[in-house]
Design a protein around this ligand. Structure first.
Ligand SMILES: O=C(O)CCC(=O)C(=O)O
Length: 153
């Protein structure tokens, strides 16, 4: 992380094609590990389902209800304009909220095995988050499969 440790309220990792480095919030730098067979298999199955190609996957682990991700759009330039993002949820159920930039949120309860697809354009018009909760929740893992414009093919 550019020589600095920046705490995020969840655990994070990245896998992907060589050279597809990822910088977000102008401060958190992630360097992809090589695709594992299982992750590459999931990537290819999701591409077959959606028609979208992916070059990186970011993993988030929400250990307890205190772990979260705040309102944001996934609009980092390294994904190109209007990225399609496919989000696979595993483990505990958490509330996912999405809202137009100046609008009211809609809630989804993302269950184990659910695949949420944010189609091109969504990141320009909408924000999303997984809020903290006081409820007892099981650990959840989320995998977001994303495009990338750089790196080696
Ligand atoms: O955990 C989720 O469902 C959302 C993850 C997310 O918004 C992100 O990785 O940018």
């Amino acid at each position: 992380m550019l020589g600095k440790t920046i705490p995020v309220p969840r655990l994070e990792c990245i896998y992907g094609d060589a050279g597809c480095d990822y910088l977000y919030s102008n401060s958190v730098f992630l360097k992809p590990l090589t695709w594992t067979d299982n992750l590459a298999n999931l990537r290819d199955r999701i591409t077959a389902l959606t028609g979208y190609k992916f070059r990186i996957v970011i993993g988030n682990q929400y250990r307890t209800g205190t772990d979260s991700i705040g309102w944001h759009a996934d609009n980092e330039p390294s994904m190109g304009s209007n990225p399609a993002i496919a989000s696979l949820s595993l483990g505990g159920v958490r509330k996912f909220q999405i809202k137009p930039r100046n609008g009211k949120p809609t809630d989804f309860w993302l269950e184990h095995g659910s695949l949420l697809v944010m189609h091109p354009g969504c990141q320009s018009t909408h924000l999303h988050q997984v809020p903290k909760t006081n409820k007892i929740v099981s650990t959840r893992i989320n995998l977001t499969f994303r495009p990338h414009t750089g790196g080696e093919r």
